[in-house]
Design a protein around this ligand. Structure first.
Ligand code: NDP
Ligand code: 2IT
Length: 446
């Protein structure tokens, strides 16, 4: 990292104390920017670098609600509107007890460049709460979502800021949030949220899009080496929205997914994960992954705790959460002959793990590129809302596929152009950054 980047990085650390995930996300981008600054001195210090690390607006608010026992509960809500050079702020809401400003800012920062890579007119933002939906009744989740939206509504809008789901926020939560927005504003403003149900303004393929897109991205990476997913031994961590749909698509393309997980542990199913059963348990019943092994009835095992990556794979798709795949996991995967890793989650691989994969010549797809299919399809949902139209599954999936192939090719070409052929981290960071930086310069000092 050159002196300018180091100075701005240190400034980010000083101005955002304790926000370790945000620091990690900034460093990961900055480490690839030196050749960009040589080519584009106009992107220097305050003009772009400092400005892009400072969110345009950060909102933190109290979320009071009443639980089923009649007790008042207080959570904290966040929305970080990071960058609107390319379009309205766009990015998900995360409900998880670990959420604090540093996580929302890391996710919002990633989102700026990811959204730019999609080629769609969307800026970057992220939000959420330290609310834990796990173990809460539907009625409690509804009251929480209504209270959350009672504050958030004044900051969002189809031309301003368009939230969606992330960890702990799926179709149920988006429904309650949209309902409260509609009630408060007295407007059926479909484009204010994405991830809606198909009967009330949602898009087909949006639920599948992140997982499907990540697998499409892997397939493109493998193609460059004359390989494909067919016959690969695949591990997908997590068992939520992204993981389940990645498993479904990987198996459709001939891969055998032998393991998945949740925060309590992982299951190994050498016959290949039964997606229908997994969906039933995790989406239908909101159950635990341990139930899967118990009900599968084919000798599948549940491992409490431990590392899913020890199950051995040739293709690895971390689809749970940040920093879930570390140095020892990367070493373990190398031993089992891993050829490709793609991040379905945001920042799931630690910097050390990424270094190990890249040094060993493993194809590595960073989240900004590999998981961009979700937000890209959110932008397709916004298009349908704006034109009061609803597309077929086939048409929408074709659009998603074209976008993922474009992102792959753009990353590959950019990496080549900046002297790092095959390095998708360089390609994604620089491809996203240059597009946003150009727009920021064009719009003046704002
Ligand atoms: P879900 O809430 O549907 O699922 C999250 C999954 O990850 C669950 O299986 C959960 O297990 C597991 N998980 C969460 N936290 C941890 C943890 N600390 N340790 C181990 N496992 C954990 O979320 P999504 O599938 O939507 O999101 C998964 C990842 O994908 C996140 O990084 C998100 O930012 C990213 N992403 C999501 C997109 C989307 O469209 N939804 C788009 C792009 C990226 P448990 O049930 O035990 O908590
Ligand atoms: O991390 C992400 O890209 C998402 N959670 C999806 C955001 C969106 O607006 O669809």
């Amino acid at each position: 990292m050159d002196a300018t980047l180091t100075r701005v990085r240190d400034d980010v650390f000083r101005r955002n104390p304790g926000e370790t995930e945000f620091h990690q996300a900034v460093v990961e981008v900055f480490e690839t920017l030196e050749p960009v600054l040589r080519k584009h001195p106009e992107f220097g210090e305050a003009a772009i670098l400092q400005r892009i690390c400072e969110p345009e607006r950060q909102i933190i608010f109290r979320v009071p609600w009443v639980d089923d026992a009649g007790q008042v509960r207080i959570n904290r809500g966040f929305r970080v509107e990071f960058n609107s050079a390319l379009g309205p702020y766009k990015g998900g809401l995360r409900f998880h007890p670990s959420v604090y400003l540093g996580i929302v800012k890391f996710l919002g920062f990633e989102q700026i460049f990811k959204n730019a890579l999609t080629g769609m007119p969307i800026g970057g933002g992220k939000g959420g709460s330290d609310f834990d939906p796990r173990g809460k009744s539907d009625a409690e989740v509804m009251r929480f979502c209504q209270s959350f939206m009672t504050e958030l509504y004044r900051h969002i809008g189809e031309y301003t800021d368009v939230p969606a789901g992330d960890i702990g926020v799926g179709g149920r939560e988006i429904g309650y949030l949209f309902g409260q927005y509609k009630r408060i504003t007295n407007r059926y403003e479909s484009g204010v949220l994405t991830g809606k149900g198909v009967s009330w303004g949602g898009s087909l393929v949006r639920p599948e899009a992140t997982g499907y897109g990540a697998v499409m991205f892997v397939e493109e990476m493998l193609k460059t080496k004359g390989m494909s997913l067919d016959g690969q031994r695949v591990i997908v961590s997590g068992s939520g929205n992204v993981a389940i749909n990645a498993i479904a698509k990987a198996q459709y393309l001939g891969g055998k997914v032998i393991a998945c997980s949740d925060s309590s542990g992982y299951v190994v199913d050498e016959a290949g994960i039964d997606v229908a059963l997994l969906r039933q348990i995790k989406e239908g019943e909101r159950g635990r992954i341990s139930d899967y092994a118990a009900r599968r009835g084919n000798g599948s095992s549940f491992v409490a705790g431990g590392s899913i990556w020890d199950a051995g794979a040739t293709v690895a798709l971390p689809c749970a959460t940040q920093n879930e795949l570390g140095e020892s996991d990367a070493v373990s995967l190398l031993k089992s002959g891993v050829v490709a890793v793609a991040e379905g989650a945001n920042m799931p691989c630690t910097p050390k793990a990424i270094e190990i994969f890249q040094e060993a010549g493993v194809l590595f797809g960073p989240g900004k590129a590999a998981n961009a299919g979700g937000v890209a399809t959110s932008a397709l949902e916004m298009q349908q809302n704006a034109s009061r139209d609803a597309w077929t599954f086939e048409h929408t999936e074709r659009r998603l596929s074209e976008i993922m192939v474009n992102i792959h090719d753009r990353c590959a070409e950019t990496a080549e152009e900046y002297g790092a052929p095959g390095n998708y981290v360089v390609g994604a960071n620089i491809g996203g950054f240059v597009k946003v930086a150009d727009a920021m310069l064009a719009l003046g000092v704002i």
